[in-house]
Each structure stands twice: as C-alpha cells, then as structure tokens.
Design a protein around this ligand. Structure first.
Ligand code: C2E
Ligand code: CA
Ligand code: CA
Length: 717
C-alpha cells in the first residue's frame, strides 16, 4: 500500500528545516561569543538545543503528515514526545560541539555520527508513534542510506556551523542563508529517504486511546515551531543589538577616560604637568638613564612664606603668583627639561642628563637670581624667594620616590639655612630631618583635619584655690601619634606657619571662653603662649584686639605668656609690645624664667604681672642641699621687689609645694595639682572647685578627682 504526498506540507517541512538550520547557525555564533559567560552560555545552549530540536522534529513530523494514507492515522503521544526529546538532546550535543573552542577532525567525525544517529533515532521513533491499520517494514538499503544521509548531513551542518560561528562581517548573513539551505535540504533528504524505506502493510496496530488526530497535530506543530524559532531569532537579534550597544558604550567610555587622563596630567592652575605626569616623566627618565648610564637631576622648590602672601593678599593673588612662578621656572630651564607643580607652592624640575654639580648649581642660582626681580601681581610688586633642594640619579636614589624625598629633604634644609638658597641632598639629612619634614608638611592641613586641639592646665594659689589656667596646644597626628608642641612649634616658627597656628589658638581660646560663659561656668583667666614671630608683627596687639572684639571677649579674661628668652632678645621692641598690651587691658607673664639671661633693667621696664619660674628650678627644690632652694628664693624675692606675682611651674611633689609655700611663692602649676585637661574635663574641674571652696589646712587630698587626668596627692604631707 502506498500513499500520496501533500506537496504543500512537503514544502512547509522543507521551509521549517531551513528555518531550523538558520536559527541554529545564528545561535551557534551567539553561543560562541558567550564562550566565557558561564550561565548565559548555558541558557543559550539550552534555548538553541530546544529550537533546533523542535525545528528538526517538526520538519520530520510535518513531512510525515504530508504523506496521505487512504485511511485514518493517529499518533501515540508518549512516543511522539520521546522523539522530540531525542531531537532536542542530539541538537544540544551538536551545538555544544560546534561552539566549543576547537573542532578537531575526530570531534567532527564523532559529533557528526552522534548527531546523525540522533536524527535518525528521532525519525524512526516518530515513525513508531504512528497508529494505523497498517504494519510498517523497512527496505534495508534505504534504511541504511537514510542513516548515512543523516550522518553526512550532520557532518556538513557541523562543519558549516563551525566555520561560520566566528564571523562577524555582514555578508555572513548570506553565507548563513546558503548554509541553512544546504542543511535544510540534507535534513529533509534524510527524512524522505527514511520515508521511502518504509513499506506499509495492512492489518497491524489499531488506533488506540492515546492517539491524536493528524491534521490537528500538523497545525499545532507548525504554528508552535514557527513561533519558537521566531521568538528565538528575535531574542537573538535583540541580544546582538544589546551587545553592540555595550560595545559602543565601552568605546565612548574609553574615549572619556582618555580625556580624563589628559586632564589628570595637567595642573589646572598653571597648565604645566602635575604630580602624576611628573612621576611618569621621572619613571621614564629612570628607565632611559638606566640603559644609557646617564644621570639626571630633580630640583624641588617651594616659595618662602607663600602661605602668608596667600592669606594676606587673597587667593586670587596667590594663584597669579603661582602662575608667574611657574612661568619663571620654565624660562630658567632648557626646552627638554620638565617643570611640574606637585601641589600648593611646591614645584619640581627634572633636568635630563644633568649630574654635574657645577652645572646644576648654575641653574639653581639662576632660578634664585631671577626671583630677585619683582613679581608684579595685580599691580603690586612682590618680592618672593624660594628654597631649592637637589637630588641626582643615581647618586642620591634609584627610585622616583627616593629622589623626590631626597630633594624634598634638601629643600627643607635650605629653608632651615635661611631660605632663598639651595642645598644638595646629603645622606646625613636622614630620619630626624624626615620627621621634621613630615611635621612641616602635615601641619598645613592639621587644623583642617581637626587634629589640633587645646588643653587647659589650671593654676592654683597656695591655698589650692583655682586662680587661672594656661592653654596648651595638642596635635594628634594620624600616623605619628602625639607630637609635642615644642617640636611642632619650633618647626612652624622655622617655616612661617606659626602665625596661622597662633591665630587659631587665640580664636579657639575665645570660642572656648564664650562657650564656658554660656554654660554658666565661673570665669577663669586663660593664659596664651606667644611666640617670637608674633611679637615681631607690627600690628600684633591690634590684631589680637580685633579677634577678641570679634568674639566679644574682654581683655581681662586673657593673659599672654612671653618667654624670658624671647623677651630679652628684642627687649626694646618687646617692651613696646608689652606696654601696648597692658594699655588695652591684657596681663603679661614672663615664662620659663631662669632659663635665659635677664637684664634687671628690662625686667623693671616690662612691669609685667607675673613671673613664671621654669620647672627646672622647681625640680631643683627636691635636690639635696640648699642651692636649689636659694635660687628659687632669690627669684621670688626679686619678683616681689618688682611687684610681680610668682608662679612656680612643674610642681610635681608635695615637698616641692611645701618648700614653695615656705619661700612665699604665690601660685603653682604642675602635675601635683592638675595635668592639662581637655575642655570638658576642665569645665567639670572648675565646677568641682566652685562647689568645694578653700579647704586650706586639710591633711588629705581635697581636690575633686577627675579620672586619671588629675593627680590628687596629699598637699601638706
Ligand atoms: P610652657 O609654656 O612652659 O608650658 C608648660 C609645659 O610644662 C607644658 O608642656 C605642660 O604640659 C608641662 N607641664 C605642666 N606641669 C608639669 C609638671 O608638673 N611636670 C612636667 N614635667 N611638665 C609639666 P607642653 O604642653 O608640652 O608645652 C610645652 C611648651 O610648648 C610650652 O611650655 C610652651 O612653650 C609651648 N606651647 C604649648 N602650647 C603653645 C601655644 O599654644 N603657643 C605657643 N606659642 N607655644 C605653646
Ligand atoms: Ca607657658
Ligand atoms: Ca613655662
């Protein structure tokens, strides 16, 4: 018995086969790109296998439906589904082979056989699903031929898919259409060969309950398949577009990055290279000079007192000065040398090929000499100087960092040696200098970072009543820890940073006084230490007055301490300053008395309120013998004869206290009574004091205790 073919369905089956092939090829290319993207690849592989499997299977199915038999036909649903699963599995397997990195000959052969067998298995499983009143037998050679065609078609398909998978050019579409045509024909060829191998004989299996109607099935299968493949293709296209967009975005991002990079290599204010760019220049100089064994030199420059100029004339003038300075530097060097701004008023020059001392010195001198000419900023002629530090490769360092540090240290040394000069790096400018240098650098930002604070050390009368307090600066450095005020103040004085720091102290004391007042604390007179630089300022007293007026703090609330050494150095000038201070209502104390050489005449002339005996003499009171005691006694006598109140500093023991009392000292300050206290602790301390009034004569400690900050030893042991 034989049937006839419905030509429309045959054409449809061929179309489906080609569409399935096209989809598969498209997906193969897609999956290939996703090679490394784990999960995404897996899902595309799954989707691809489903689309391809469904495609091949439905081609086969439509092909079978195209065969019209002169009787009713049906299909066993379970076996039909099984044939679909077989199709999907073998498609998945094929796709996996095609999209993995290499397709060896062996792989192609084995893969093709597996796939071909898969398709054949699918076909014959599908045939077995047929339910009709006919029995099927197969013509052997046609059966074998159909399997052979399946395998050959699979080989061709795998090979084509593999060669096309990487193509990204546009004519790949045409190639892919061609390949899809071949593959579609091959798959269809296998099917129809397989069909012609079948011989249907009457009287076999009947329709069973599980079977479904063939025509309905044809519609469902075709529509579903077309839908699945359409969706797959659309998603694939969208995904490609998405990838292209990502590619475009990456592209423009790269461009933006490049622009940023060029911005990041130029100092915006002066237009010369910035630190980053300089580091790169220096790195490549090292690489170059390593090979050619040539030296090069780095000069580190810093304007002297730039901060003061910047603060007094304003930032825009400061900016113009920096621009003028950078132009000046460029004029001082050769065309190939690099001039860069590291930040602030710090500049560096890289002098290529230069290592000889004389030549370097000539350049340094010429930079300094040119500075002698005035810079004209906003019509104001400004005379600025610079300090220069010099380090050469490879003598002074073999890395950019080492060279920069060396030049920096040398520059600092130049500042130390009186500014407006240059210094060559020497190995002796080592650790200590490096520490000083770091203090110098970080002091500039310490205030902004809130690392500097004030503590207050109470002063007492001999009856242990609170009579005042001294404000002392504290700097907690994030890396270096607590830095003693003597250390950083010395650096600040050297570098000209002291004015900013000192101003801050005065303002901060005012602010604190105001805050305590507002909190209802009993008023305590606060002493502020002055440094020599401040006294040298022409309008210093007026300046201080202005600050106090700004904070509405009365002069009686503040006193100033001037060290004996400071006072005697410029005694005439200091006497003038002291008198002006006194005229406007401030008290003055001579600090650290006994450590310098005092002129009686000046001391008389100053007419200051207080004289503070240096703690060296206080500690001398504990020594054996009477010598220490005699000196202190003499100082007290002298002070009293000049009408001054005597304060003993650094009182640590009760015996010192007792002797000072015997010697008629007026006030004491020291760890025995209280250590310098944080503002909050000081406030509590003062409150405690005012609650427990004078208890002179008590045998035991009577000071309220404030944690570990306050020592409360017995006073009258
Ligand atoms: P100074 O003015 O003589 O301050 C007293 C110093 O002695 C403080 O040291 C204080 O903590 C310490 N001291 C107080 N009682 C005792 C004690 O019983 N035993 C011992 N061994 N030491 C005691 P500090 O705070 O380290 O200050 C050192 C110096 O730094 C001060 O000496 C002062 O000259 C200077 N200084 C501190 N703050 C400022 C400031 O704001 N401006 C200026 N210009 N100088 C300041
Ligand atoms: Ca002091
Ligand atoms: Ca002192």
């Amino acid at each position: 018995m034989s049937g006839t073919y419905n030509l429309f369905l045959v054409a449809l089956s061929l179309l489906v086969a080609m569409l399935a092939s096209y989809t598969t090829l498209d997906l193969a290319a897609r999956i290939r790109v996703l090679e490394t993207a784990g999960l995404r690849r897996f899902f595309w592989l799954l989707g691809g296998a489903s689309a391809m499997g469904t495609g091949i299977w439905s081609m086969h199915f439509i092909g079978m439906l195209a065969l019209r038999m002169p009787m009713e036909m049906g299909y066993d649903v379970r076996i039909t589904v099984l044939s679909l699963v077989v199709a999907i599995l073998s498609s998945g397997f094929a796709l996996h082979i095609v999209t993995s990195s290499e397709l060896s000959r062996r792989r192609l052969i084995v893969g093709g056989i597996m796939m071909g067998l898969g398709i054949a298995a699918m076909h014959y499983t599908g045939m077995a699903a047929m339910r009709m009143q006919l029995a099927i037998t197969y013509t052997l050679w046609l059966f074998v031929a159909s399997i052979g065609i399946a395998i050959a078609a699979s080989w061709a398909a795998l090979w084509i898919a593999f060669t096309l998978r990487d193509s990204t050019q546009h004519h790949v579409l045409i190639k892919r259409f061609g390949a899809a045509l071949v593959m579609g024909l091959a798959i269809a060829g296998m099917h129809y060969t397989g069909m012609s191998a079948a011989i249907f004989r009457a009287g076999a299996v009947g329709r069973n309950a599980n079977s479904v109607n063939g025509n309905l099935l044809a519609c469902v299968v075709t529509v579903t398949t077309l839908f699945i493949m359409g969706v797959t293709l659309i998603i694939s296209m969208l995904d490609t577009r998405f990838d292209e967009r990502t590619l475009q975005m990456t592209d423009s991002l790269e461009k933006a990055n490049k622009q940023l990079l060029s911005l990041a290599t130029e100092d915006t204010l002066t237009g010369i290279p910035n630190r980053n760019a300089f580091m790169e220049h220096a790195e490549s100089a090292i690489t170059r000079c390593q090979q050619s064994k040539r030296p090069f030199t780095i000069m580190f420059m810093d304007m002297d007192g730039f901060k003061t100029i910047n603060d007094s004339l304003g930032h825009s003038s400061g900016d113009k000065l920096l621009q003028a300075f950078s132009r000046h530097l460029i004029r001082s060097v050769r065309r190939d040398d690099v001039v860069a701004r590291l930040g602030g008023d710090e500049f560096v020059m890289l002098l290529d090929g230069m290592g000889e001392r004389d030549a370097i010195e000539r350049i340094a001198r010429s930079v300094l000499a040119r500075m002698q000419e005035d810079f004209c900023i906003d019509g104001v002629p400004l005379r600025v100087t610079a300090s220069i530090g010099i380090a050469s490769y490879p003598k002074d360092g073999e890395t950019v960092e080492a060279l920069l540090k060396g030049a920096d240290l040398a520059m600092y040394e130049a500042k130390h040696k009186g500014r407006n000069t240059y210094r060559f790096f020497e190995a002796t400018m080592s650790e200590a200098a490096a520490r000083t240098l770091q203090i110098y650098r970080d002091l500039g930002v310490a205030h902004e970072r809130g690392e500097i604070s004030l503590v207050f050390q109470p002063k007492f009368g001999m009856g242990r009543e609170l009579v005042g307090a001294e404000a002392l600066m504290r700097w907690r450095h994030p890396e270096m820890g607590d830095i003693p005020p003597l250390e950083f103040i010395a650096v600040a004085e050297l570098t000209g940073q002291i004015m900013q720091i000192s101003d801050w102290t005065i303002r901060e004391v005012c602010r604190q006084v105001k805050q305590w007042d507002a909190a209802g604390l009993a008023p305590v007179k606060i002493a502020i230490n002055l440094s020599p630089e401040q006294l040298r300022q022409p309008d210093f007293v007026e300046h201080v007055q202005a600050i106090l007026v700004g904070w509405a703090v009365r002069p009686e609330r503040i006193m100033f301490e001037i060290t004996e050494t400071m006072a005697m150095q410029d005694a005439e000038i200091v006497a003038g300053v002291i008198h002006r201070f006194q005229d406007v209502g401030f008290d003055i104390a001579i600090d650290d008395f006994g450590t310098g050489y005092s002129s009686m005449a000046y001391l008389q002339q100053f007419r200051v309120k207080q004289l503070k005996i240096d703690r060296f003499f206080t500690s001398g009171l504990d020594d054996e013998g009477v010598e220490g005691e005699t000196i202190v006694s003499k100082i007290i006598e002298l002070a009293h004869s000049l009408g001054m109140v005597v304060v003993a500093e650094g009182v640590e023991t009760s015996s010192q206290f007792n002797k000072l009392k015997e010697l008629d000292c007026d006030e004491i300050q020291g760890y025995l009574m209280a250590r310098p206290l944080k503002p909050r602790d000081f406030e509590e301390f003062v409150r405690g004091q005012t609650r427990s009034p004078d208890k002179a004569g008590a045998k035991e400690a009577v000071l309220p205790s404030f944690g570990s900050a306050v020592k409360t030893q017995g006073l009258l042991a």
